[in-house]
Write a protein that binds this ligand. Sequence first.
Ligand SMILES: Cc1cc2nc3c(=O)[nH]c(=O)nc-3n(C[C@H](O)[C@H](O)[C@H](O)COP(=O)(O)O)c2cc1C
Length: 327
Amino acid sequence: MKTRITELFAIRYPIIQGGMHFVGLADLAAAVSNAGGLGIITALTQRTPELLAKEIARCREMTDQPFGVNLTFLPTFSEPPYAEYIAAIAEGGVRIVETAGRSPEQYMPALKAAGIKVIHKCTSVRHALKAERIGCDAASVDGFECGGHPGEDDVPNMILLPRAAETLKIPFVASGGMADGRSLVAALALGADGINMGTRFLATEEAPVHVNVKRAIVGASELDTRLIMRALRNTERVLNNGGVERLLEIEREKGADLKIADIYDQVAGIYPKVMVEGDVEAGAWSCGMVAGLIHDIPSVKTLIDRIVREAEQLTFERLAGMFDARR
Ligand SMILES: Cc1cc2nc3c(=O)[nH]c(=O)nc-3n(C[C@H](O)[C@H](O)[C@H](O)COP(=O)(O)O)c2cc1C
């Protein structure tokens, strides 16, 4: 395929695997890149910049295709050494970074000096415009349905993507709710140059997580996610479970007075319990509404090939067949 995103990142298909805490390890990133998409290693899952350098080297052993690294700027209990993570990325020869959370403005000079292309993930047109203004090469526009942090505007992709297309000059991918060939065709029709997927890639053979996580996603419907931390303006879409119900009960009791300390047990240190140990009820972990469209656990290559084949069929058979053939 050829879109502004395949050209920008020198990849075969405009399909990106978004950064995912405790999921975006070299194994998944390499599998996605080998299948023609863009795999992304999640920097902060590596506790130190040295460990990130090792993970980048491990990925390079598994693929000769381009891959990227995600740098997430979210409120954490202690500020990670971002400049050192960027140095590890640059020294590791990675030339694509997905930023997310706060604006990457402060780090743009270092990223650009290293010849890195930056795709900033954001949840509103105004943040995407800011990304364009500060020199980001592309945006990943994340709608309200997405797994993880959908922001506070609650605009779904059916509106957000065409608004982004009306406004942005830089290429952008549609993120949130993307699962199959229908999503890809719809995203392209709405003006995007490709798609970014999180939850769908979590339920693949190569995702380096406990099988209970993959089964939980296959078993979930589009009704099974919940929004947490709204009162803290740090909203996150997560899969509902026992830990999340306890958390929501605390949120209801505290109302606008909620402090992060009130829900610390349900949100801190949960990812290793879920992703490594398979205790999917332990607390809050990100998951998109798209879980309702996920019914299997294919290999990454099977998934990507299927998306592209479906998108082709949809375009040339279903859609083309709806128009007057004489045109
Ligand atoms: C388990 C999980 C962990 C995630 N962790 C991160 C993260 O650390 N940083 C980040 O920028 N996005 C993170 N995301 C968001 C994804 O990169 C992506 O933007 C999102 O999943 C897209 O929505 P979808 O799940 O509907 O595909 C995470 C998503 C999931 C499902």
